[in-house]
Structures are given as C-alpha cells and as structure tokens.
Design a protein around this ligand. Sequence first.
Ligand code: 13P
Ligand code: SF4
Length: 304
Amino acid sequence: MIKDLQQQILNLKSEKDICILAHSYMSEEICEIADFVGDSYALSVKTKTAPQGTVIMCGVRFMAETVKMLSPQKKVILANPDAGCPMAEQFDKEIIAQVKKTYPDYAVVAYVNTTAELKTVADVCVTSSSAVKICRALPSENILFIPDINLGTYVKAQVPEKNFKLLSGGCPTHAKIEKEEVLAAKKAHPDALFLVHPECRPEVVELADYVGSTSGIMEFAEISGGKEFIIGTENSIVQHLQFKCPGKSFYPLSKDLVCHNMKITTLPDVLSCVLGKGGEEIVMDEKLRMQAVKCIEKMIELGG
Ligand code: 13P
Ligand code: SF4
C-alpha cells in the first residue's frame, strides 16, 4: 500500500516536472520519495538550484514561504495547509518595531522560523546550523536575536565578544524537555552520547556531547565512533538514524519530543499535491517578498 502510493507519487512528479523537498522531521515514507531531505538551512540553499518549475514542500509554512521568496518564478505548494510552526507566529512586526526603537543600534537577527512579515524587519536570518557563524560574521557588535530564547542563549555563549538582547519566544516541542529527563535517559543508557538541538533549554543543552541542527545531529551520529546515542530532537530523527545506521542504537530523549505540526503532513497529502488537487499554493505580495527575501539572501551570503 505505502509502496503503491510512493510509486504513484514518483511517476507523477517526474511526468509533471515537480521537485519534492522534505524537512528531516518528515516520516520515513515521505523522505523516501523526496528529491532532497535536509535541515532548514540546506532546504533554503537547495531551493535556488532545483531545476523543476514546481516545488512541493513537506515541512511547515515558513519553509514553503522561504522557497517562494528565493524562487518567485516557481509554483510552490505547502503539502498540508495546516502545517504551521507556532514559534514563527509568536511575535508580530509591530512588537519588533517597538523593541527596535529601544535598541536602535542593535542588528535584528531572526531565526528562519519566522513569518515573511517578521522577516521584513530583520537585518539577517539564521538557522540553527548557521546562527553562530553568522552572528560572528556580522559587522554589528550588538544583536537583537528573535524569537527563540533558547537558540539565542546558546549562540550568545558561543559568541561572547558580542552583546545580545533576547526575546522570550521558543519551540513548544523542544522547550518542554527538562533536565531531569536527560539525567534519567543518561542513567538508563550510561554509554550513550547525548546529541541535542539548540532549541532545548540551556540546562538541557549544557549536558550534551554535541549540539547542532537536525542534519548536524544526523551527521555526527553517522560518523561518530560511538555505538549508542540519546537523541534530543524530534523523534523522527531517531527513526531515520536507526534506518541509516543499523549497527548503532538510538534512544529518544522523551516520547513527547514530537512536533505535531510537522507530523500533520502525510503521504496521501503528497499524492493529492502531485495530482494537482491538494496542498496550498504559496502566493506572496511582491513588495513583501522583496523586503523579506533580503535577510534570507544575507543569510546565504554569510552562512555559505
Ligand atoms: P533545523 O534548522 O535543525 O532544520 O530545525 C528546524 C526546526 O524547526 C527545528 O525545530
Ligand atoms: Fe516549529 Fe518546534 Fe515544530 Fe520546529 S519542532 S517546526 S520549531 S514547533
């Protein structure tokens, strides 16, 4: 059944010149039919070179918007219109404009998990894999980091030469993990290395053997000499790693590390999109796009 659906999708996508992008939090069966699977930075960069005229994004809304901003000539479809990232909606443009008035000499660094509207008031965008590098490379000594306080705290510790102001946003999935859960997982698996996403709280990140983006965590686990790993990010990564590295063991840090916003996209959703019956085409006002894309282009320039 799954194989039949996948084959139908593969046939239609090559017939219709469609590129399928999947964030690594997607299920195994979606990743298997995607042209490219990666973290949010890799997906942004990939977009620019994909030759197809239509892109289906299996991920959340801000990711589809990023694709549209970088490739306005392409038809960009969000595979499930209800897939949003709650963090991206936590602050609106007006609040940030107010904060900027208080800190006029601070460069606004926006996590890519933000709306197109919010990106219009940012000087540069970052992803979890590029944030440290970009904050170091920015000419400004002063950084207003929005919206994730946990990622901001991590970056601030890595870039002590700069002044940071942080806002109190964050990812509801990663931020709910507590230090006690890490201690319990380490007790249950004393030989395992602990790999974590920087969207987790500082007291959780402090206990990690490796901190990085979803792709960073996967690469680390694949090349590491270690045999056991506790995975401190969305639980699909545990599944993907177990498929990729059958000789190693991967343990979820918590059974609650599930992003329901990402998980809402299914293989039948992707089939509806390639059939031309489902998903949502991203339509963006050209003035908004031109303003918002500047900070993404700056991210690619500084993060490449
Ligand atoms: P990555 O940048 O690691 O892909 O993370 C995106 C995200 O939404 C993590 O919660
Ligand atoms: Fe947003 Fe968190 Fe889900 Fe990532 S894991 S998409 S930050 S809610």
